[in-house]
Design a binder for this molecule. Structure first.
Ligand code: GDP
Length: 254
């Protein structure tokens, strides 16, 4: 059963940024996100040419809260009170209603200990397949609890996607969530170790970055929206070419 997440204390009015700033435009764009559909298997996902940005992370990493904060909507992404139980890929459309220009995909949180082993393995496979095969996948936002850092499962996930992130066809943004819980030196250390992990995945062609994020304090929200907006802005001829090239090397129909 989908239930509302425990909401952070504050409501989510649109975030005000200086007129005309890239972040303001990006936030206005993210604010248009609306639910499209849900899928429990990859072949239920719509085949689309829209660039898709996937949100992934361990249960309780703050993924739903981050999506809601990015979209400046209280109830866009739902978290289950029983983490790990929302075993569906939820898709959201973004951009003008009559001409959406991107999709956000909220993937189920992983690593919740109480999930039965069979279900866990099935979902790991769905995630691996999604990350390796989804043709329209343009970028991945990986949520890491800044107090916990990267766990084995997070490393595994990075490995699943490494082939596609290494050549820049799929971009990667790591958000170190709940940064408000860290003091300055802890925050600096979290960022340093995030950068070290990503350095292993970075190549001359890749587009990977890491930043501190607090839904509570709204730190890093505009910057994150701007990154996603830039990824999607790459829907010009050269990006279309990139996607075509990616498509021909991944002969899948999901
Ligand atoms: P999900 O399972 O990854 O979707 O995680 P949720 O978004 O449900 O968040 C898990 C818990 O972390 C909830 O209790 C949130 O209120 C809390 N949380 C999420 N983001 C933040 C944040 O930026 N700061 C703080 N202090 N708590 C947060």
């Amino acid at each position: 059963m989908m239930v509302e997440p425990k909401l952070l204390p504050s409501k989510l009015p649109p975030i005000r940024k200086p007129e005309g700033s890239g972040e303001q435009q990006a936030l206005a764009w993210a604010h248009t996100a609306r639910f499209l559909t849900t899928a429990s298997q990859l072949d239920q996902l719509p085949v689309t040419d829209l660039p898709e940005i996937a949100f992934v992370g361990r249960s309780n990493a703050g993924k739903s809260t981050a999506i809601n904060r990015l979209a400046q909507q209280n109830r866009l992404a739902f978290a289950s009170r029983t983490p790990g139980r929302t075993q569906h890929i939820n898709l959201f459309e973004v951009g003008p209603r009559d001409k959406p220009n991107a999709l956000f995909a909220d993937l189920p949180g992983y690593g919740y200990a109480a999930v039965e082993r069979g279900a866990k393995l099935r979902w790991q496979q769905v995630m691996a397949d999604y990350l390796q095969l989804r043709r329209s996948l343009t970028g991945i936002v990986l949520m890491i609890d800044s107090r916990l850092g990267f766990t084995d499962l997070d490393h595994q996930l990075l490995r699943f996607m490494s082939q596609r992130t290494a050549n820049g066809v799929v971009k990667l943004l790591v958000l170190l969530t709940k940064a408000d819980k860290l003091n300055r030196s802890q925050a600096a250390a979290a960022l340093r170790s995030g950068n070290m992990v990503l350095a292993q995945a970075a190549t001359g062609e890749s587009d990977v970055s890491v930043s501190l994020f607090s839904a509570l304090k709204r730190d890093g929200v505009g910057e994150a929206a701007a990154v996603l907006h830039r990824w999607v802005g790459l829907t010009d001829a050269s990006a279309a070419k990139d996607r075509l090239a990616a498509r021909s090397s991944h002969d899948s129909n999901i």
